[in-house]
Design a protein around this ligand. Sequence first.
Ligand code: SAH
Ligand code: SF4
Ligand code: F3S
Length: 465
Amino acid sequence: MCNTISIESEKGFFSDAINAVKARTADLALKYFIETYGCQMNEHDSEKLAGMLRECGYTKAETKKDADLILFNTCCVREHAEKRTFGNVGFVKELKAENPRLILGVCGCMMQQKDVAKRLFDRFPFVDLVFGTHELKNFPEMLLKALEEKRVFQISESDGEVIEGLPVERVEGFSTFVNIMYGCNNFCTYCIVPYVRGRERSRKAEDIVNEVREVVSSGYKEITLLGQNVNSYSSDGLDFPALLRLVCREVPELKRLRFMTSHPKDLSDGLIQAMSELDNLCKHIHLPVQSGSDRILKAMNRKYTSGAYLELVDKLRSAVANVEITTDIIVGFPGETDEDFEATCELVRRVGYSNAYTFAYSPRGGTIAARMENQIPEDEKKRRLNTLNAVLAETIPSNNDKYIGFEGEILVEGVDHRGDPLLFGKLSNFKMVYVEGDEKLIGTFVPVKVDGYRFNSLFGHIIDG
Ligand code: SAH
Ligand code: SF4
Ligand code: F3S
């Protein structure tokens, strides 16, 4: 069982630090800019950093040039994410020369790798602030030190607590995130996430429901519950399907509840049943398969076979009307043969995904797969990635024929101005639909009928509700 720490109960040190920052920066009208890499987990952490900065009296800068504080919230899931960060941090040196009061901070997953963080801190002496993923609640205190012109390097190993009550500055719009759990226990052999995000900790259902209620009353229409593996949510005797039922029951005015990510090994019949029964639970599941070869799945420590995965897909399809499935796939895992790769392409053809994120395997220091023999050469990984993307480019549109004449509801997100202006928004099952209509409809639910498609997008018109 993990502990929950509430910022309310820690009010002393937390608000003291915020007040001290405020006192020090009063009348300076300071601005911040946060650049976020990686997944929704990082995006949401950035919203918490922005919330704390708002409490400290900072406002948001439009560009890095206008900022008095720049934060890079980093990702390290693949190597190129890391290279990009080093490049972009180096570039800020010039801005520091122009604005001597500019503070530069680097945080997030990459900084939770102590050796990498140290390398960055030593190589770029103009970086003021480096902190790991478990330090969010200490951010005001660290910022204060940086304002006092001390360099801060703070990374803790401890991941045992869930922090409640941090202020959040949500990105404006109609859709937002609520964390239900942190960390990951799965140790897929290619993946760095368990090392930089710690072990699984679930939030209390009551705290989740309260946050959902608050977010809905402030105008958001769609919420995505976030976790690295939401299917292993567990708190006070509630599992994930029970949590979904609770949220839908307690906050019925929330019309769209989404969740991600689901690990196939933990996808229960209870979840499939909840998806089929709860009207406000969206009919979409992101179910990363990673590979179609049982040998590779085993070497990845994924704990399911391609057969078991296909069974889940069949169950979902027969129980949940109009369900769509998206996925993540890695090609070129160590030891992957042509035959293994062909099994992945075959599985893709069988499932009929509505979308897929495909990656060339990227060795990550400290993970088991990085030490495996038979690493695949880069050009071969690239070739397989291109082949797989070509398979997807064929299979994704063929999934769309069934939508001709389909009627459903979209949540209008915005206007696409690339050709004639078209409103766009997603169906409950995450399919994007483009329609002609008035911009005033942005942020509302609109009934539509589908007339055609292009690649993975649908085109249609508004109908009477
Ligand atoms: N917790 C989620 C997502 C984790 S990271 C899940 O389990 O699905 C998002 C995706 O990045 C993974 O699904 C995987 O496809 C990809 N990924 C992770 N580590 C990788 C690596 N070392 N090389 C290439 N892709 C990787
Ligand atoms: Fe990484 Fe696997 Fe955990 Fe996902 S489930 S975060 S891929 S270790
Ligand atoms: Fe996400 Fe990247 Fe961290 S994918 S959890 S931001 S390593």
